[in-house]
Write a protein that binds this ligand. Structure first.
Ligand SMILES: NC(=O)c1ccc[n+]([C@@H]2O[C@H](COP(=O)([O-])OP(=O)(O)OC[C@H]3O[C@@H](n4cnc5c(N)ncnc54)[C@H](O)[C@@H]3O)[C@@H](O)[C@H]2O)c1
Length: 354
C-alpha cells in the first residue's frame, strides 16, 4: 500500500471539498479534520469519508456553508441546530461557542442537533483541550440503517454512537483522550477491512442470522448483520445512553426516526474550564501522577507495554506526519471517482495525489 505525503493528501482533499461548494474556511476545516483523522490513525474517519460526503451532497443530505442556528441560550446551556450542515464546520463552531461560554461561566453544556457527519469526535475534545478545557461528549448516529446490535439483540438497533472524554495537557494537546465507538469496532473500520481484503477482529460482528463472523463484506456491501457492542451489557448500556443524551434528550434526530439515507450526528458536550479546579501545575501534576502510577505496572503476558487513552493517536500522528498516510488503491479510486462526479478532472486529481 503506497504512503501518500500529508501535503498531497491535504491538497487532494481540499480540491474535492472546495468543488462541493464550501467556502474556503469551511473547505479547510473539513480537509484539516479528515487528514488529521488519518494522521491520528483513524482511517475510518479520514479522507475515505469523501465519497460518502459527495453522495450525501448529491442527495441533498449534506449542506455546505450552513449557518449554525441558536435554538436557545440559557447561559450555561446552549442548544444549537446544524440542519445537516457540513459536520466538521458545525461541530467546530459549536465548540468555539461552548469554549467561550465555559471561559465566562466555568462550564457550558452544548447540545448540537442534526449535523451532517461530524467525523472523529476526538478532534473536538482536542479543540477544547487546546483552550484549557476538559470535555465529555455523547454522540448518536441517525438517518441511516442501524449498525450496532445492543446486548441481547439479534439485529442492529443503534448506530455506533461514540463517546469521548479528554483533559488538557501542558503541551496544548490533551493529557488523556478517550475517543471510541461504543460498538466493538467503528463501522468505518469494517469498511477499511473490506477495502483491504482482511478480516475484522473476532467478537466484533454478527451475520444476518445473529451468528459471530469476522468477514466484513456482507455487512459493508449489503448491510447484512450487525456490529456488536463492546463490553457486553456495559458497553451496550453506554451506547443506549449516547442515543438518549446525545439525541433524544436534546431534540436531535434519533435512530428510530425516518431514515433518509444520510449520516446525521447529534452531540451533547460538557465543557469545563479546568482553571476552576486549581492551578494548571497542580492539575498537571495530579494527572501525571495517576498516569505514571498506571504505567508503573508490569505489562501483562502478551503485552509489550502499557498504553493510555490517546497514546496510540499521538504515536500515529508522529509517524504519519513524517512518513505519510497509507491509502489502499480501492479507497483512493473511490475518492478520485467522487471528485470526478463533481466535474473535476480525474487526471488532475491523480496528479495531486501522486
Ligand atoms: N461521527 C460518528 O458518527 C462516529 C461514530 C463512531 C465512531 N466515530 C469515531 O471513530 C473513531 C474510531 O473509534 P474506535 O472505537 O474504533 O477507536 P479505537 O478502538 O481505535 O480507540 C478507542 C480508544 O482507545 C484508546 N486505545 C486504543 N488502543 C489502546 C491500547 N492498546 N491501550 C490503551 N488505549 C488504547 C484510544 O486512544 C482511543 O481513545 C473515533 O475517533 C470515533 O470518534 C465517529
Amino acid at each position: 500500500m503506497p504512503n501518500i505525503p500529508v501535503e498531497k493528501l491535504h491538497a487532494l482533499t481540499l480540491a474535492i471539498v472546495r468543488a462541493m461548494g464550501s467556502s474556503e474556511q469551511e473547505a479547510r476545516e473539513v480537509a484539516d479534520h479528515l487528514v488529521d483523522s488519518n494522521l491520528a490513525g483513524h482511517d475510518s474517519h479520514g479522507v475515505g469519508m469523501l465519497p460518502t460526503y459527495v453522495r450525501l451532497l448529491h442527495e441533498g443530505l449534506l449542506v455546505p456553508n450552513q449557518t449554525l442556528q441558536t435554538v436557545s441560550d440559557a447561559g450555561a446551556v446552549l442548544v444549537l441546530e446544524a440542519a445537516r450542515g457540513y459536520g466538521q464546520a458545525m461541530a467546530r463552531e459549536a465548540m468555539r461557542r461552548g469554549i467561550a461560554r465555559a471561559g465566562e461561566l466555568g462550564a457550558c453544556i452544548v447540545a448540537l442537533r442534526n449535523s451532517a457527519h461530524i467525523g472523529r469526535i476526538g478532534t473536538y475534545a482536542e479543540f477544547c483541550a487546546a483552550a484549557g478545557m476538559a470535555s465529555v461528549h455523547f454522540v448518536n448516529v441517525a438517518d441511516h440503517q442501524a449498525y450496532q446490535a445492543p446486548y441481547g439483540c439479534s439485529d442492529a438497533r443503534l448506530g455506533t454512537n461514540p463517546v469521548c472524554a479528554a483533559v488538557p495537557g501542558e503541551d496544548g494537546g490533551p493529557a488523556l483522550l478517550l475517543d471510541m465507538a461504543t460498538s466493538a469496532i467503528a463501522f468505518g473500520k469494517a469498511r477499511v477491512a473490506r477495502n483491504k481484503g482482511v478480516q475484522v477482529p473476532e467478537n466484533s460482528l454478527i451475520d444476518a442470522e445473529g451468528r459471530p463472523t469476522t468477514d466484513p463484506v456482507a455487512m459493508v456491501d449489503e448491510h447484512k448483520g450487525a456490529l456488536v457492542a463492546f463490553g457486553l451489557h456495559k458497553g451496550s448500556g453506554l451506547a443506549v445512553m449516547a442515543e438518549i443524551l446525545g439525541a433524544a434528550l436534546i431534540g436531535g434526530r434519533t435512530i428510530k426516526d425516518e431514515q433518509k439515507g444520510g449520516v446525521v450526528n447529534s452531540m451533547l458536550s460538557v465543557i469545563i474550564d479546568t482553571r476552576r479546579f486549581g492551578s494548571a501545575e497542580r492539575i498537571a501534576g495530579d494527572i501525571d501522577g495517576v498516569k505514571s502510577w498506571i504505567k508503573a505496572s508490569r505489562p501483562a503476558p502478551g503485552f509489550e507495554e502499557i498504553l493510555l487513552p490517546g497514546d496510540p493517536e499521538r504515536r500515529s500522528r508522529a509517524a504519519r506526519t513524517s512518513g505519510g498516510v497509507p491509502l489502499d488503491e480501492r479507497t483512493l479510486g473511490e475518492i478520485l471517482d467522487a471528485g470526478a462526479s463533481l466535474g473535476l478532472e480525474r487526471a488532475a486529481l491523480e496528479g495531486l495525489a501522486g
